[in-house]
Write a protein that binds this ligand. Structure first.
Ligand code: BGC
Length: 250
């Protein structure tokens, strides 16, 4: 099935057509800078723009940076607070004129990684951490997702909220060296390990391309690997989520 996958991030919104059978991107990936303030109307306008640029009129899957319970946004850490309680799937469908299926961005990245990427075939507990403006998490056991884990918001022993300490945004704004930032990420990952005991940790987001620069700082027992789709897991997974929803509804 061909589905337009869209990854809504804190800094950019990316869209590409996905072949869900293989996880391949068909055609060009288009990126538009996330509007600020990231209000529902502003995000909807950007989605409309991306869908038009892709000349698409079919189903759309959207990975969104919030807990999404049955199509309704429940949190808004790095987006406008007006999203809280909004039935985003219905709202975006109406605004975009295409059926939109919306789920948490880290959860959909996880779907892509478990089906085609670094978690493929892993029947144990797999933790996916997407590192960007925030820290997103997805947790799988025996290939099944437990949706909407918001574990980027846990408070670390040093008193910091995890995503205010170890996100990509923190690395950039504080101009941290890879080693310094790697040490911060290690505090987070070892904390997660002590709570969840995953068999595998997969890192997504832009930094997944730079794993070699900070892996020496990571001391978890579980292996830490880069997302097979690197920074594209969100787009592919959004399309996979939409495919799953379409099958469920029919
Ligand atoms: C949000 C999560 C999201 C993560 C990554 C966090 O601030 O609360 O829902 O998955 O950022 O975008």
């Amino acid at each position: 099935m061909h589905i337009l996958g869209i990854d809504v991030g804190g800094t950019g919104i990316k869209a590409a057509l996905v072949e869900t059978k293989t996880g391949e991107l068909l055609g060009e990936k288009i990126r538009i800078v996330t509007p600020h303030p990231a209000t529902p109307a502003a995000i909807a306008a950007t989605l409309r723009d991306l869908i038009a640029q892709q000349q698409w009129a079919g189903p759309v899957g959207i990975g969104f940076p919030a807990a999404i319970q049955h199509g309704v946004a429940r949190t808004a850490a790095n987006i406008d607070a007006a999203f809280i309680g909004l039935p985003v799937a219905d709202y975006f469908s109406q605004q975009a004129g295409c059926p939109c299926h919306v789920a948490n961005d880290a959860d959909v990245a996880g779907l892509a990684e478990m089906r085609f990427g670094a978690g493929k075939g892993n029947a144990g507990v797999v933790l996916i951490v997407t590192i960007g403006t925030g820290l997103g998490t997805a947790l799988f056991s025996d290939g099944k997702l437990m949706p909407n884990t918001e574990l980027g918001h846990i408070r670390l022993e040093n008193g910091y909220e995890a995503e205010r300490y170890a996100s990509e945004a923190v690395r950039i704004t504080k101009k941290l060296k890879w080693k310094e930032w790697g040490e911060r990420l290690n505090v987070y990952l070892t904390t997660m390990e002590s709570l969840l005991w995953p068999d595998l940790i997969i890192l997504g987001g832009g930094v997944s391309k730079k794993l070699g620069k900070f892996l020496p700082q990571i001391s978890t027992k579980a292996p830490v690997v880069a997302a097979g789709f690197l920074n594209q897991a969100g787009i592919v997974g959004a399309a996979l989520f939409a495919e799953r929803e379409i099958a469920r509804q029919s």
